[in-house]
Unconditional design. Structure first.
Length: 210
């Protein structure tokens, strides 16, 4: 008796037998090199982030610490985690407890933090996506996924128009995390549920002159 498994595998074998020998080149003619003035890039990125229900704060670089402290106070974050290479000056106005992350800290312990503060590698305005690449000022993936609040600093100079332009700035060998708004999914009745696979709240501090 032929089982469903046998049928499926048989069709796979038949398809492979009909496939051309050797590798088939994949066209890579992506649209690249797009640019927009700073103001338009910022407006597009902000629009996408707000649509994803992220909170957006634009400021100049000299107000970074002040705005970060304001965001953390708003969210009641009394204890936050930071990657080991984060600019300590960003925390100059914050009066809460700061825990520097390390690989020795088990991921479940990160859940005790009220939030996390990281930098970012590059961002895409068209999709509202932030890329983290595991650099010292961004830390390991668990740090940005376990705490319920993620405050992420984005420099306007690292904001690209589209995905091809953003990806071109990444180092392929580095672990990349893509963030498009707070973690969210929908249940069977299409009700939005946040905080399922990562932070419930994403706050993005955009430094407009950095």
């Amino acid at each position: 008796m032929t089982t469903a498994r046998d049928t499926v595998l048989g069709r796979v074998r038949d398809a492979l037998a009909l496939a051309p020998a050797g590798e088939t080149p994949v066209p890579r003619g992506y649209r690249t090199g797009r640019t927009l003035p700073d103001g338009e890039r910022l407006a597009l990125f902000t629009d996408r982030l707000v649509d994803y229900k992220a909170r957006v704060y634009a400021c100049t670089a000299d107000r970074t610490a002040e705005v970060i402290a304001e965001v953390l106070r708003e969210r009641g974050a009394a204890r936050i985690g930071v990657p080991p290479g984060l600019d300590t000056g960003w925390l100059a106005a914050y009066d809460g407890e700061v825990q520097q992350d390390s690989a020795d800290i088990p991921a479940p312990r990160l859940d005790a933090l009220d939030g996390v503060l990281t930098a970012s590698a590059v961002s895409c305005a068209e999709t509202g996506t932030i890329f983290l690449d595991g650099s010292p000022d961004q830390g390991r993936r668990a740090l940005s996924l376990v705490p319920d609040l993620h405050v992420c600093v984005v420099d306007l100079s690292t904001l690209e128009v589209g995905v091809p332009e953003a990806v071109a700035r990444l180092v392929p060998e580095r672990p990349t995390t893509l963030i498009s708004g707070p973690s969210a999914t929908s249940d069977i009745e299409l009700e939005r549920v946040e905080g399922v696979h990562g932070p419930r709240t994403l706050a993005v501090v955009i430094r407009t002159d950095a």
